[in-house]
Design a binder for this molecule. Structure first.
Ligand SMILES: C[S@@+](CC[C@H](N)C(=O)[O-])C[C@H]1O[C@@H](n2cnc3c(N)ncnc32)[C@H](O)[C@@H]1O
Length: 479
C-alpha cells in the first residue's frame, strides 16, 4: 500500500489544545498526546475534531481497530464531515479493507469535490482495490491540483505500473520529483522502477542526484550500488554499498548486496527479505527477460524427468521456487497426479496462478514451508532456485522427509568453473557450487544421484552460465 497523504485537523474545540495534540502526534509523543486529548474530551465530549485526533493517535500507535471504532461513532454523529471519512478510508486501508476505504473516500470527494487530498486518498484506495484506470484518473487529477503532494505522484506511478504502463509510471515519478524534490519515497520508487526496467544508467543518475541533494538512505545507496555493479563500476558500487551498510548495518537486503560485492563474508543463503524484494519487483518482466537470456533450465528438467520416469508417471509433484511457473509449464503435460508450487514472492505466484497449471500454490520460504507441511511428494523439482542458497545441507534435509520412499528430486545449480571447493556468493547475489560439494551434501541428506549433466543454463552479461542438472533418488529408511 502506498502511504496516504496527511491532512491537518480542522480545529473546532479549543484550537490551541487541538494544535498541541496534533503536534504531539506528529512528533510521535503519544503519551503527551493522550493527556491533551483526555483534557479536550472532558471539555468538549462530542467534538468531531477531538474524535478525529483520537482516531489519528490510535492509527499512529497501530491500534487500527480502535481507530475504526472511534471513527464509526464520529461519523454517525457527523456524517457530512469529509475529514472523518478520509481518515476512516485511511484506517480501512491500514486494515486491508480496500473496498470500504474506496467507499469512504468517494463519499469524501462528494462532500469536498475540490479537495485534492480527498481525490488522492480515493485514488490510493482504488489502487488497493485493483481499479487501476479509475485510480489513475483520480491520482492524476490530485497530482495536477496539488503537485507538491508526493503521495499522489507515488500512487499514480503505482497505478500506472500495475496497469502495465511502465514508461508512464517512470514519467510520473520524474514529474513528482520535479514537483516535490524533498520526498525520498519518490526517489526510491523512481530508482526501483529504473532497476526493474534494467535501465541501470538512469538508476545511477537518479541515485547520484539524490546523493547530491543529501536525500539518501540505505535503500537509495543500496540501489545505487546495485546499478553501478550491473554497469561493471565495481569500485563505485563498493563505495555506495559501504554507505548503505553504515546507515543500515542490520538490513538483510543491504547485507546481502554488500556480501555479494565481496565486502562482507557471505551468509549461507540469501535472506528471505532480499528474495521477496527482488522477485516481487522482477515478476512482471521475469519471463521476457529469462527467455531473452536463453534460459534452458525448464527444458533440461523436463528431459531429466522423462528419462527416469517409470510407468506410473511422476505422481505428486512439488515445484520448489516455482516462480511464474516456467518450469511447471514445461512439465505439466507429463503424467502426474498433482502439481503444487511454493515460492516466497507473492507477485511471482500471481503470475504462476494465471497459468492455471498448479492445483495448489503456497507462499513461503522453501525450508520453513517444508518444515511446516505434512504433505508427501513423489517428485520434487527446483529449477534455478538453489542458486539462492550457499549451504545446501539444510535444504536437502528439509526436502527428504517430505518425499515418499524412492521419490525423485530434480534440480539445477550453478557451478564454479575455477576448481574452487564448496560454495561462493557471486556479484549478482546468487551462489555457485562445486559439483563435489553438491554431491556430498545430497548423499549426506539421504539421496543417491541417478543422473548428472553439466549444461549451459543461460547467458548473462554476454557469458554462458554453467551449471549442473541433477536427478537424485531418496534412499534409506525414513527417520
Ligand atoms: C530464478 S526464479 C526460477 C523460477 C522457476 N523455478 C523457473 O524455473 O522459472 C527463482 C524463484 O525462486 C524463488 N525463491 C528463491 N529462493 C527461495 C526460497 N528460499 N523460498 C521460496 N522461494 C524462493 C524466487 O522467489 C523466484 O521466484
Amino acid at each position: 500500500m502506498t502511504a496516504a497523504p496527511t491532512r491537518d485537523a480542522t480545529p473546532l474545540a479549543d484550537p490551541a489544545l487541538l494544535q498541541q495534540a496534533d503536534r504531539f502526534i506528529r512528533a510521535a509523543r503519544y503519551g503527551a498526546a493522550h493527556a491533551v486529548l483526555a483534557a479536550l474530551r472532558r471539555r468538549s465530549p462530542a467534538s468531531g475534531d477531538v474524535g478525529q485526533l483520537t482516531a489519528r493517535l490510535a492509527m499512529a500507535e497501530g491500534r487500527t481497530a480502535d481507530a475504526l471504532a472511534i471513527l464509526d461513532d464520529a461519523i454517525a454523529a457527523e456524517a457530512a464531515r469529509p475529514a472523518l471519512r478520509l481518515l476512516r478510508a485511511e484506517a480501512r486501508m491500514q486494515a486491508g479493507d480496500a473496498v470500504g476505504a474506496a467507499v469512504d473516500a468517494a463519499e469524501a470527494v462528494v462532500l469536498a469535490p475540490d479537495d485534492p487530498v480527498a481525490k488522492a486518498i480515493l485514488g490510493l484506495s482504488l489502487v488497493d482495490a485493483g481499479a487501476h484506470e479509475d485510480a489513475i484518473a483520480c491520482l492524476a487529477d490530485a497530482a495536477r491540483s496539488a503537485p507538491q503532494m508526493a503521495a499522489a505522484w507515488r500512487g499514480l506511478a503505482e497505478a500506472l505500473s500495475r496497469s502495465g504502463q511502465q514508461d508512464a509510471a517512470r514519467n510520473a515519478l520524474e514529474d513528482g520529483i520535479a514537483a516535490a524534490p524533498g520526498d525520498l519515497g519518490l526517489r526510491q520508487a523512481a530508482m526501483m522502477a529504473a532497476m526493474r526496467a534494467r535501465d541501470f544508467v538512469d538508476c545511477v543518475r537518479l541515485g547520484t542526484e539524490a546523493r547530491a541533494t543529501g536525500l539518501v538512505d540505505a535503500c537509495v545507496l543500496g540501489l545505487l550500488g546495485h546499478a553501478l555493479s550491473k554497469l561493471g563500476r565495481h569500485d563505485q558500487a563498493g563505495d555506495a554499498y559501504h554507505g548503505a551498510f553504515r546507515l543500515a548495518p542490520e538490513d538483510p537486503y543491504v547485507r546481502h548486496l554488500v556480501a555479494a560485492a565481496g565486502l562482507l563474508p557471505g551468509e549461507g543463503r540469501a535472506p528471505p527479505e532480499y528474495l521477496e524484494t527482488v522477485f516481487d519487483g522482477y515478476a512482471g518482466r521475469f519471463e521476457d527477460h529469462l527467455i531473452g537470456l536463453g534460459y534452458r533450465v525448464p527444458g533440461l528438467m523436463r528431459e531429466m524427468l522423462q528419462e527416469g520416469m517409470d510407468a506410473a508417471g511422476l505422481g505428486r509433484v512439488l515445484d520448489l521456487g516455482c516462480g511464474t511457473g516456467l518450469a511447471g509449464l514445461m512439465v505439466a503435460d507429463l503424467p502426474m497426479e498433482h502439481l503444487a508450487g511454493v515460492d516466497i514472492s507473492a507477485r511471482m505466484l500471481e503470475e504462476a496462478r494465471g497459468k492455471g497449471i498448479y492445483a495448489d500454490l503456497a507462499q513461503g520460504d522453501i525450508t520453513a514451508w517444508l518444515g511446516a507441511t505434512q504433505a508427501l511428494w513423489d517428485t520434487v523439482i527446483a529449477a534455478d532456485v538453489l542458486c539462492y542458497f550457499g549451504e545446501l545441507e539444510a535444504v536437502f534435509h528439509a526436502i527428504r522427509p517430505r518425499m515418499h520412499r524412492g521419490g525423485r528430486l530434480v534440480f539445477s545449480v550453478e557451478t564454479m568453473e575455477d576448481g574452487a571447493t564448496g560454495w561462493r556468493l557471486g556479484s549478482q547475489g546468487r551462489y555457485a557450487h562445486s559439483p563435489a560439494y553438491v554431491e556430498a551434501a545430497l548423499r549426506a541428506a539421504g539421496f543417491a544421484i541417478e543422473r548428472r549433466r553439466a549444461e549451459t543454463l543461460r547467458h548473462e552479461a554476454g557469458a554462458e552460465v554453467q551449471g549442473l542438472v541433477i536427478a537424485a533418488r531418496k534412499v534409506g529408511a525414513d527417520a
